[in-house]
Structures are given as structure tokens and as C-alpha cells.
Design a protein around this ligand. Structure first.
Ligand code: AQP
Length: 351
């Protein structure tokens, strides 16, 4: 398809695209890295919403295994992580019958468009990415060029599906902004080609902080066993981690992320797991102990059913679902990749 055949204008629209999804509903796309186990932040900031958004969106969810390679990995480690993440996604409620559910490297259009996106991404804007600064400074060893250019591939992931809405945690705000800038730049240089996406960041649970270092976000790639709630942790471990969560000395329960990061993190987690409001929930507590106990119980009520489902999903079922998903994703992605190549004006191979 050439871009001249597309309905216009695409540039700032989260609405015009709905006429181009088969269902007429807005398209939602998001991805998650298969590096390490998923944690409570991944669930509350992303997976929980992915599950909910399936009801009224045309949903595309991807395990971004190529992104996982931006930090050094042992051979085979990403494959194992991919199956584990796929299992976690299904157990968290992603339904392959209702959503396109697939692995990034199974759809080569991602890497291809990723290259095109690099050609319209400025070195200076990549240099401003806080995640690159943060991750490259953590390890004194090898820093890959891919870690630096990661946002261009992420833009490709999103733009390949004519995405209207990208549900992510707050840490991805800057990356989504650069994806929008890249799309707008491409559209203005080559003509309307991509839908410019909006982000969707949850009201509570958007930035779950490390329980031991509440000034840092909970993260897969940081080694903080007591500060991270792994979605596979036992109930005993979850209770222990909340009991030991770092707070402060003033003894007042109040939602104030600047002055009281530890207590505010607990309130935010409680709000996200009970669909409440963190500032209002603070009024129910006079002491830290009961807040910690209730937060642990609310987290357990979310995590335990997911753990039961995890055990019931076979590797075969996963591989089948991912193969079907990759077929559906490739069909959509190739159409958009063709549109982008046509827009740029490369000589195309005769078919
Ligand atoms: N702490 C968090 N709170 C809320 N949402 C979060 N997300 C990640 N951490 C939190 C959201 O989870 C989705 C998948 O992100 P990811 O695969 O990049 O996961 P990660 O845990 O951020 O992975 P890494 O490798 O450990 O990265 P860093 O080192 O940056 O933390 C995204 O929607 C993300 O917003």
C-alpha cells in the first residue's frame, strides 16, 4: 500500500485510526522485556491494564526479546525468559483469542522498521534519554550501541501497528514522547505515514518503588531481592518484604511521595491493588504496621490467583498461541512497513 492511499490526516489523530482497525475500536499496543522475572511494578504499571484494555480496544501485546539483548545475556537466557514472560502474560489475563500476543523477533518487520526509525532519530535526542544514562552508568563493563538506539526500535514496535494508545508505567513516559517525535518527524519529512500514539499511564501503580530504596523504581535489572516483589514470590516472602519495607521516623501516615517516599509507595500499591485512592486510604491508618499488613494482604489477593494460573499453562499451549499471534502481527506489521518504505521512496523489488 502506498501512503497516498491512506485516509488523512493521520498526524495527530488518536481517533481517525479507529476506522482502520477491523473492529473499529482504537488500537492498543505495548511490550515487555523477557529479562528476569516480572515484578509487582510490571503487573500494576502494565500487565493489569493490558488485561483491562482488551475489553474495548483492538489489542496487540509483544514480548520484546530484541530489547532484552541491549544488556549482555547468556546464550539461551532470553529464550527461557520469553517463555516465562509469555506464561506470566497469559496468567495475568492476556487472552490470545482477543489480543494479538507474540514475540518481537518472530516478526522481522520490527528490526527492519527499527533501522528506518534510526535514520529519523537524532543523536542528541537519544543522548537525553534518562534510561540510557541510568543503565549505562550501572555497569562498568560493556555498554552496547543497541542500548543507546533502543528508543528507535521501540518507536518501530509501536508505529508498526498504527497504535492509538500505549499503556505503560510512568518510567516509559520519555520513551513514548520520543516515539511520538519520531513519528511526527517521519510524517513531516515523507508524508503522513504513521499514527501518532498517546500514552496511557495508570492513576495508581504507575511507578512502583523499590521497598528498600523507595527513591528508586522497582526494576528487573537491579539486584534488590528484599526491595522487589517478584510475581512468583511465596506468600511468606511477600509478607516478610512488606514487613521490612523502609519507611521513616515521623510516624504519620500521609501520601507525600517527596517527603515520605516509603509510606507513599505502600499507599500507592494498596490503591492500585484495591482500586482506591492513595491520599484517601491514608486516612484509614494511624500506624505503619497495619498499613504494611493490609498492603501485603492486598498484594497477595492479586498475586495468588495469578500464581495458580501460571502452573496450569503448558509450554505447548504457549508456543501455539505465540505462533498464531506472530502470524497475525506479521500481516499488520508488513503492511505498515511497506507503507514506510514507499513513503521513503526506496526502489522496491519486483514481485
Ligand atoms: N516499577 C514499575 N512501576 C510501574 N510500572 C513499571 N514498569 C516497569 N517497572 C515498573 C512497566 O512495565 C512494563 C515493562 O517494562 P520493562 O520490560 O522495561 O520492565 P523493567 O522492569 O523496567 O525492566 P528493566 O530491564 O529492569 O528496566 P529498568 O532497568 O529500566 O527498570 C513497562 O510498561 C514499564 O513502564
Amino acid at each position: 500500500m502506498v501512503h497516498g492511499c491512506l485516509p488523512r490526516p493521520l498526524r495527530y489523530s488518536a481517533v481517525t485510526n479507529t476506522s482502520r482497525t477491523a473492529s473499529g475500536r482504537p488500537r492498543v499496543f505495548s511490550g515487555i522485556q523477557p529479562s528476569g522475572s516480572s515484578h509487582l511494578g510490571n503487573y500494576l504499571g502494565a500487565l493489569k491494564n493490558w488485561h483491562l484494555l482488551q475489553d474495548d480496544h483492538d489489542a496487540v501485546y509483544c514480548i520484546v526479546d530484541l530489547h532484552a539483548l541491549t544488556l549482555p545475556k547468556e546464550p539461551g537466557e532470553v529464550a527461557t525468559g520469553t517463555l516465562e514472560m509469555a506464561r506470566m502474560m497469559l496468567a495475568s489475563g492476556i487472552d490470545p483469542e482477543r489480543s494479538i500476543f507474540f514475540v518481537q523477533s518472530h516478526v522481522p518487520a520490527h528490526a527492519e522498521l527499527g533501522w528506518l526509525m534510526q535514520t529519523v532519530t537524532a543523536y542528541g535526542e537519544l543522548n537525553r534519554m534518562t534510561q540510557f544514562k541510568d543503565k549505562s552508568s550501572r555497569d562498568s563493563g560493556f555498554v552496547s550501541a543497541a542500548l543507546f538506539t533502543y528508543p528507535a526500535l521501540q518507536a518501530a514496535d509501536i508505529l508498526l501497528y498504527d497504535t492509538d494508545v500505549v499503556p505503560v508505567g510512568d518510567d516509559q513516559r520519555q520513551h513514548l514522547e520520543i516515539s511520538r517525535d519520531i513519528a511526527i518527524r517521519f510524517n513531516s519529512r515523507y508524508g503522513d505515514t504513521f499514527v501518532v500514539p498517546e500514552h496511557h499511564i495508570p492513576a495508581a501503580g504507575a511507578r512502583v518503588m523499590d521497598l528498600q530504596h523507595p527513591e528508586n523504581k522497582m526494576s528487573k535489572s537491579v539486584d534488590s531481592p528484599l526491595g522487589t516483589i517478584d510475581m512468583r514470590d511465596t506468600p511468606k516472602d511477600i509478607e516478610k518484604k512488606f514487613k521490612k519495607a523502609v519507611t521513616d521516623n515521623d510516624g504519620e501516615v500521609r501520601f507525600d511521595p517527596q517527603e515520605k517516599p516509603g509510606i507513599s509507595n505502600l499507599l500507592d500499591i494498596l490503591a492500585a491493588t484495591t482500586n482506591g485512592d492513595p491520599a484517601e486510604l491514608a486516612n484509614n491508618y494511624e500506624q505503619y504496621g497495619p498499613l504494611k499488613a493490609d498492603t501485603a494482604a492486598a498484594v497477595l489477593a492479586v498475586v495468588e490467583p495469578i500464581q495458580e494460573k501460571l502452573a496450569a499453562i503448558s509450554d505447548d499451549d504457549l508456543a501455539d498461541a505465540l505462533a498464531i499471534g506472530a502470524g497475525k502481527a506479521a500481516e499488520k506489521a508488513e503492511e505498515v512497513l511497506d507503507r514506510a518504505y514507499d513513503a521513503v521512496g526506496l526502489m522496491r523489488r519486483r514481485s
